[in-house]
Design a protein around this ligand. Structure first.
Ligand code: ADP
Length: 590
């Protein structure tokens, strides 16, 4: 390394004065500038820049103090003033410096700042070797003899001002102004670099703190959080997710292996389900509240997780089309499931208990109806028809018929309640047999017509052969539920039409009414459990929203589909399809 060259005013003067050997002079000049440059480049904080500045200036001049006024934040208009003394200064001299700096700042177009403000923010950066001992008493001189102000500029922007002060007059040599300005430029660049470095460090510190705060929040979340990369491999798991996966006997970790591949080597079926969900989200879909039965143990209610997943888009892209991975939230919903099971069991027990007295009531009502009918038949032979209608027995018969139809209604409700929990827990056992769908439709229409005195129900069988293998009772339940609704929700429209069609390997049944109709907004919901459209048109009708839920479950268990087309005010058509023969895998193993 080249030994540091001492820069002195006389050396510089002699350097520029010797014209004899211009090349040597130029080389020396370069060395001189190089030496100064190195001092500033080596400075890593503003105090080191101050030191470099002080020593460089002291090589040129003898002065009492120098000061650096810097804008700290151009938006908030905050400043920084450092006073670097060469020897101890007294208060009056410092106060005179403040006045001088405030005046000069105004002249160089620096934002306005008063001497008092400067005094408040001033920072005395005295070099360590400066004797502040008692022996070194501050100079008695209170006034400024001479001063020099040089704006500090970076890329043509004034970032501050360098000032030199001395007690004596005429010390600042105009000849050295150019060199001093160059030194000020070096200092300005060094100070700006330090400022940028400090800002960068502060930003990093803030970012790191924010990152740590996020990690803390994520790990304190009660919900499990799982993040994957674009291959579907887990890159991050919070504490709750780790705990849930551990409970599910699948202690997954952050790994580079995609879940799909992990699932291929693992017996847990739910891992395949999880991989499916992640793949769907990677394809750009949002999955909400999907249930994952995570544990196949013999528990009545196995560990059940609810998972919601969404694609994680690249935020750097303005269009946000690139998917970087998936963020998924896991919730343990086992206790909800347990409660649901308990509630369903309760409903099921109560329904069972209700069935026995109902059967008895129904039996006795039928018995009484038959007896009265027999008696009336005997009487009608001797009396004219209108006289029979007036008999007390005829009145009893009418009452008993109402009782019977209401008991039937109650029985259907109780049966629906029982079915509800069966559907819920996948216990809807189907009993397949071969029969003609046309017969089931005819019987359902006949039964519905009995209680629908206001309506005419038409049946249109559009196929010569309606042979079907299915659960006959369940299929008539589907038709009954839809027909009941068609009658119930069309008090004005007197016509209901049932059409049976053959469509390849399927039958399609449609049931149309001219009733209040359903807005398309509710199409997806009306097949949900306990869902009832609540608007002015439908509010007056009784019901608990089980019929369509059960109908859907039965049709789907047969491998068919159910849907509707409707418009409010003009009526609805409900469709369902059934495969003529159950698909492989649908029949129970014998
Ligand atoms: P419930 O009839 O007991 O209310 P359902 O599950 O059978 O229950 O029907 C659910 C809801 O769908 C009904 O409450 C009603 O709002 C609507 N709905 C069903 N069928 C019809 C229909 N034919 N016309 C108009 N609305 C209907």
């Amino acid at each position: 390394m080249q030994p540091q060259q001492k820069v002195t005013a006389s050396a510089y003067r002699s350097l520029i004065g010797q014209n004899g050997d211009r090349l040597a002079a130029l080389r020396q000049q370069m060395d001189f500038i190089n030496t100064i440059g190195k001092r500033f480049v080596a400075a890593i904080d503003r105090f080191q820049v101050h030191r470099a500045l002080l020593s460089t200036l002291q090589d040129l001049y003898h002065f009492s103090a120098c000061s650096i006024l810097l804008e700290e934040d151009p938006i908030e208009l905050t400043f920084q003033l450092s006073i670097i003394p060469s020897h101890p200064l007294n208060q009056a001299f410092i106060a005179a410096m403040m006045e001088s700096i405030a005046r000069a700042a105004e002249v160089i177009d620096f934002p306005r700042v008063t001497a008092d403000e400067l005094a408040l923010m001033a920072y005395l950066d005295a070099p360590d070797d400066l004797a502040w001992s008692d022996s070194a008493t501050p100079s008695a001189v209170t006034g400024i003899g001479d001063f020099l102000n040089i704006p500090l500029t970076v890329e043509n922007r004034i970032i501050g001002m360098l000032s030199l002060f001395d007690e004596r007059e005429g010390v600042f040599d105009a000849e050295l102004l150019q060199l001093t300005t160059m030194i000020a430029d070096y200092a300005a660049v060094a100070l700006e670099n330090v400022r940028l470095r400090e800002r960068e460090r502060a930003l990093w510190r803030d970012a790191e703190m924010e990152r740590q705060r996020l990690v803390l929040i994520i790990n304190s979340m009660a919900e499990g959080l799982l993040i994957t990369n674009e291959e579907g491999a887990i890159t991050s798991l919070n504490n709750s997710a780790q705990h849930l996966l551990f409970q599910a006997r699948l202690p997954l970790e952050e790994t580079s292996t995609p879940l799909r591949r992990l699932a291929a080597f693992n017996e847990a079926k739910w891992l395949t389900d999880l991989a499916d969900i992640i793949d769907k989200a990677l394809a750009g879909h949002i999955i909400m509240g999907h249930e994952l039965v995570a544990d196949a143990s013999d528990e009545a209610v196995p560990l059940t997780l609810s998972i919601s997943a969404a694609p994680l888009y690249d935020s750097r892209q303005s269009m946000q089309t690139r998917i970087l991975g998936v963020v998924a939230v896991l919730n343990d919903i086992t206790s909800h499931k347990q409660l649901e099971k308990l509630k369903d069991e309760f409903v099921s027990i109560v329904s069972h208990e209700l069935r026995t007295p109902l059967t008895t009531i129904k039996g006795y009502t039928q018995h009484l109806i038959r007896r009265i009918e027999r008696r009336l038949r005997g009487t009608s032979a001797t009396l004219p028809a209108n006289a029979v209608a007036e008999l007390p027995e005829s009145y009893d018969l009418r009452s008993l018929n109402i009782m019977q139809s209401q008991t039937d209604h109650l029985e259907r409700l109780v049966n629906d309640l029982l079915d509800l929990s069966r559907v819920q827990w996948g216990e809807l056992n189907l009993h397949y047999s071969s029969f003609y769908l046309a017969d089931v439709l005819a019987e359902s229409v006949r039964l519905a017509q009995i209680s629908a005195e206001q309506h005419t129900i038409f049946l249109d069988i559009d196929t010569p052969d309606s042979k079907l293998v299915a659960d006959k009772l369940r299929i008539s339940q589907v038709v009954g539920n839809i027909l009941d609704n068609a009658v119930k929700f069309s008090p004005q429209g007197k016509q209901v039409t049932v059409i049976l069609k053959e469509q390849g390997k399927e039958f399609q049944v449609s049931i149309s009414d001219r009733g209040i109709g359903v807005s398309p907004d509710f199409f997806d919901h009306i097949f949900e459990r306990f869902y009832r459209v609540r608007n002015t048109a439908s509010r007056q009708y009784s019901g608990i929203g089980m019929g369509l839920f059960i109908a859907k479950a039965i049709v789907e268990a047969h491998g068919g589909g159910i849907w509707l087309s409707s418009n409010p005010g003009t009526g609805s058509t409900f469709y369902f399809t059934l495969p003529k023969v159950p698909r492989t895998g649908m029949l129970p193993a014998v």
